[in-house]
Write a protein that binds this ligand. Structure first.
Ligand code: COA
Length: 219
C-alpha cells in the first residue's frame, strides 16, 4: 500500500499511523474520515488485549513505529488522552522523522490569525479565536472554545464544552475539564487540572487541581 496519495488539490495526503486504539483513538479516526483523509495505515497499541480500531490494521506495539518509519511511513498521530504520554510519544515520533500533521474536523472554526502546533487534533465544532496560539500535541475536544489571544502550551487537553475567555494562558500538559469556564486573562499552570464544570476566575498554580464555582483547590 502506498503511504502517500495525491489529492484532488495536489497536496499530499498521507496514510497516517495512529498511536492508541482506545476511545480517543476512535474519535480521531472519525475525525480523519470526516475530514477526507485516506484510511490510516494502521494503529499501534501496547495493550495486548486491544481490539484495535474498526477497519484499521492493528500493526503491533508502539515500538513498531521505528520499523514502519524505515518502511516509508511518513506521518503519525498520538491519539492518547494522557497528556504527558502523548507529548513524550509525539516527540519520539518526531525524532524518528515522522510528520505530525494537525488533524482538524471540517466543522472546526479556526481564525486565520490563530496558530496550531504539530500533532494537535481539533474535534467537531471546536472554535479557535483570533491570534490564539496552541502548542504541539494538543487535544481540543468536541465543542470547546479557545477565545482570542489565548496561549496554550504543549500537550494540553481542553475537554468537550470547555470555554476559555480571551487571553487565557494554559501551561504544558494541563487538563481543562468538561464544561469548565475560564475568565478572560486567567493563567492555569503546567500540569494543573481544572475539574468538570469549574468556573475559574483567578490563576491556578502549576500542578494544582481545582473545581467548583468559583473554582477552589480540591487536593
Ligand atoms: C477534579 C477531578 C480531577 C477530581 O478527581 P479525583 O481526584 O478522582 O477526585 P474525587 O472524585 O475523589 O473527588 C475528591 C473530592 O473533590 C470533589 N470533586 C471532584 N470533582 C469535582 C469537580 N469537578 N468540581 C467540584 N468538586 C469536585 C468530590 O466531590 C470530592 O469531594 P469530597 O472529598 O468532599 O467528597 C475530577 O473529578 C474531574 O473533574 N476530572 C476532569 C475529567 C474531564 O473532564 N476529563 C476530560 C474527558 S474528555
Amino acid at each position: 500500500m502506498p503511504w502517500v496519495v495525491p489529492s484532488a488539490s495536489g497536496t499530499r495526503q498521507m496514510h497516517i499511523l495512529l498511536i492508541g486504539a482506545g476511545g480517543h483513538g476512535r474519535a480521531v479516526l472519525e475525525t480523519l474520515r470526516d475530514a477526507g483523509w485516506p484510511p490510516p495505515a494502521g494503529v499501534l497499541d501496547d495493550n495486548p488485549a486491544s481490539a484495535g480500531l474498526s477497519g484499521i490494521p492493528l500493526l503491533g506495539p508502539l515500538a513498531a513505529a521505528e520499523a514502519l518509519r524505515q518502511q516509508g511511513l511518513e506521518a503519525a498521530h498520538v491519539a492518547l488522552g494522557d497528556n504527558l504520554r502523548r507529548q513524550a510519544l509525539g516527540e519520539w515520533l518526531a525524532s524518528l522523522g515522522y510528520a505530525l500533521p494537525v488533524i482538524r474536523h471540517p466543522s472546526a472554526v479556526v481564525a486565520g490569525s490563530a496558530r496550531i502546533g504539530d500533532g494537535s487534533v481539533l474535534l467537531p465544532r471546536v472554535v479557535v479565536g483570533a491570534a490564539a496560539e496552541v502548542g504541539r500535541h494538543a487535544i481540543l475536544n468536541t465543542g470547546c472554545i479557545v477565545e482570542h489571544d489565548s496561549r496554550l502550551e504543549d500537550a494540553v487537553h481542553i475537554a468537550p464544552g470547555a470555554v476559555l475567555g480571551g487571553g487565557v494562558r494554559i501551561g504544558a500538559t494541563a487538563l481543562v475539564g468538561l464544561g469548565a469556564a475560564l475568565k478572560p486573562g486567567v493563567a492555569v499552570g503546567a500540569r494543573a487540572v481544572v475539574g468538570v464544570g469549574a468556573a475559574v476566575i483567578s490563576d491556578v498554580a502549576p500542578g494544582l487541581c481545582v473545581g467548583g464555582t468559583p473554582a477552589v483547590p480540591l487536593r
